[in-house]
Design a protein around this ligand. Sequence first.
Ligand code: RNT
Ligand code: ZN
Length: 431
Amino acid sequence: MIKTLNQILKMPKSTKSIDESYQLAKTRYAEIGVDTEAAMAKLATIPISLHCWQGDDVGGFENTGDGLSGGIAVTGNYPGKARTPDELRADLDKALSLIPGKHRLNLHAFYGEFGDKKVDRNEIAPEHFQNWIDWAKSNGMGMDFNPTNFAHPKAADGFTLSNTKKEIRDFWIEHCKRSREISAVMGEQLGSPCVMNMWIPDGYKDTPYDRVSPRQRLSDSLDEIYAKDLNPAHMLDAVECKLFGIGSESYVVGSHEFYMGYAMKNQKLLCLDAGHFHPTEGIADKLGTVLMYVPEILLHVSRGVRWDSDHVVTLDDALQSISAELVRNDLLSRTHIGLDFFDASINRIAAWTIGTRNTLKSLLMALLEPAALKEAEANGDLTTRLALMEELKTLPWGAVWDRYCETQDVPAGMAWLDETKKYESEVLSKR
Ligand code: RNT
Ligand code: ZN
């Protein structure tokens, strides 16, 4: 019997088939000593921070017409992007209704609500974010925050916190100080620490003569920004490195070594973005290692294709390795998982949903690993270790995933896409 695309998209509709598959899967996993119920219960406790910027192609709501800059780029012109905070919140609501579990919102400073006023970056205040905080509160979500050190005339020469001009540095220092205060308000009101991530685009297109002075200026600016102690129950500081950007191909001030050193020295959180290293270099191997020396980490789960392209996260080896590393070494309690991708060539709600569901799927796969793997390695039985790792790839984790979606009251299988298409025809297509 040949099924039409439409029929396939609606599958599985039958709760019975999900239940039956799950019972069989549960038995299979029990045979290797894995408790599927415990894995699902653990998964339900892991929040993923959804990045607001997938919803409007990193546009923000300042309406200055400055456009995106800072060496990052969004391509595609899929219709229906959010044009206002209310539209963005409605789209996030839709995506969240298709993703199992309780998650967080990751907001950039230029998504503040400034009304008709021109509020420059060095003037932002908590009141500009109150609607977002209220929305998060009503959804029972925590929030994370980012100063926006790009897409602004004072970032036009490619340098912000490391600029040679003191006046420019001071402008961005003030923006970042205010962003920390706003983060603390978010964390206090929502009862969960807000992670504030510092990423700046600073760098040179071509080979610099002096690689050190800009880094010294950045270090001094950061010291000034972080001079005031804020309550860690309300906010946590993270710093994000990068290898290169568009227009900063030859040198990035905030390199991996720079921020790793800074974070270790000052006991800040280190943010690792999966797209910010050499194209074949994964971040999984770095997680447990840097956590030996920094208190906590922030992840920007992303997918670079040939460059730091920020593609929607797929369930690839890189993602599975990240989750395995976190679960196997019990690093989840010191890891804040956030997403960082932006694709404007597909439905943006689908982008969020696919990327977040994949991140959760990879965590579930890791949670379904048996203790026998550790045991084999400890016994020096590397043959069994390899054989078992390969065997796990074809065990029925998908049946556990479907069951998890059902227990969390979100669509199992591909039924979420049907919902997304309905939303597209009823809401997005009218924008
Ligand atoms: C840029 C960084 C940074 C941004 C967001 C918008 O390369 O990854 O995290 O993507 O702040
Ligand atoms: Zn990032």
